[in-house]
Design a protein around this ligand. Structure first.
Ligand SMILES: Nc1ncnc2c1ncn2[C@@H]1O[C@H](COP(=O)(O)OP(=O)(O)O)[C@@H](O)[C@H]1O
Ligand SMILES: [Mg+2]
Length: 245
């Protein structure tokens, strides 16, 4: 894995993204180290998706800077090294699960053998082996979500952006998703994951709390909870949000 000394996986300086005059991301300074399972937490509309899209090179920056794997966000050379699961699943509805996975693999230049191997592993993981040849249009929302997750990981990226991967996923599968993210972390994969479920934060090695496009707290879940004098992360968030008003 390429990892220059002291170079973080993700770094932003005074990052701003405006839609019209509204700042969805407002002078955001992030530094996410390699190997971290970083939870970007915040209520709906706090700028999580906008930030992830900028880091994946899908949105233009209004002001400031964003670096991913040591390069400017959006640099073509980093695309094969990152995976992105969008909040809104982007699958071909008329194609089968297998064809969607194959297509993603081909986009990333994977060989047929590699695609087949990774596909088999991932279908087992998302528990959709029996649905391999079913068109996406016949799958439930939760199942589509699982396919979307598999598509983002097929090419074994070293940095994975997951935008609300556990929404609409039943509790049992949610738990197995987190087990898998933990396994990815052990393999050295950096995972940046957004969620508005505060109870998921304890799975993360580090958490950043976003509010109105700004980082209002960062640290391990325990550190944040303690610094706010709260008993849960949810309470800590409310305390910290009130302090910022
Ligand atoms: N394309 C857009 N045009 C205008 N406003 C947008 C656009 N995308 C996001 N926003 C606004 O930016 C804010 C942050 O949105 P988003 O990044 O999706 O938040 P989150 O993912 O935390 O729910 C919201 O107020 C949203 O309405
Ligand atoms: Mg979002």
């Amino acid at each position: 894995m390429v990892n220059n000394q002291n170079q973080p996986a993700v770094e932003t300086h005074q990052l701003v993204k405006k839609f019209g005059s509204f700042a969805a991301v407002d002078n955001l300074n992030l530094r996410i180290e390699f190997g971290e399972t970083y939870g970007m937490l915040g209520p709906n509309g706090s700028g999580k998706t906008t930030t992830i899209k900028i880091l994946c090179g899908l949105l233009k920056i209004t002001d400031g800077e964003a670096f991913v794997l040591g390069k400017k966000a959006g640099a073509p050379s980093i695309a094969p090294r990152i995976g992105y699961m969008p909040q809104e699943t982007a699958l071909y509805l008329d194609l089968t699960v297998h064809d969607n996975l194959r297509l993603f693999g081909e986009i990333y230049g994977m060989s047929k053998v590699d695609i087949e191997r990774e596909e088999a592993n991932l279908l087992r993981f998302i528990d959709l082996e029996e649905w391999r040849n079913a068109p996406i249009s016949t799958l439930s929302g939760g199942m589509r979500h699982r396919v979307s997750l598999a598509c983002s990981m097929l090419h074994n990226p070293e940095l994975l952006f997951l935008d609300e991967p556990t929404v609409g996923v039943d509790p049992e599968l949610r738990a197995s998703f987190w087990d898998y993210f933990e396994a990815l972390r052990k393999r050295g994969v950096t995972v940046i994951i957004t969620t508005h479920y505060m109870d998921e934060a304890h799975h993360c090695s580090k958490v950043g709390l976003l509010r109105q496009g700004q980082l209002i707290a960062e640290g391990t879940p325990e550190e944040i909870t303690k610094s706010a004098g709260a008993t849960s992360l949810e309470d800590a968030f409310l305390t910290l949000a009130r302090r910022g008003e």
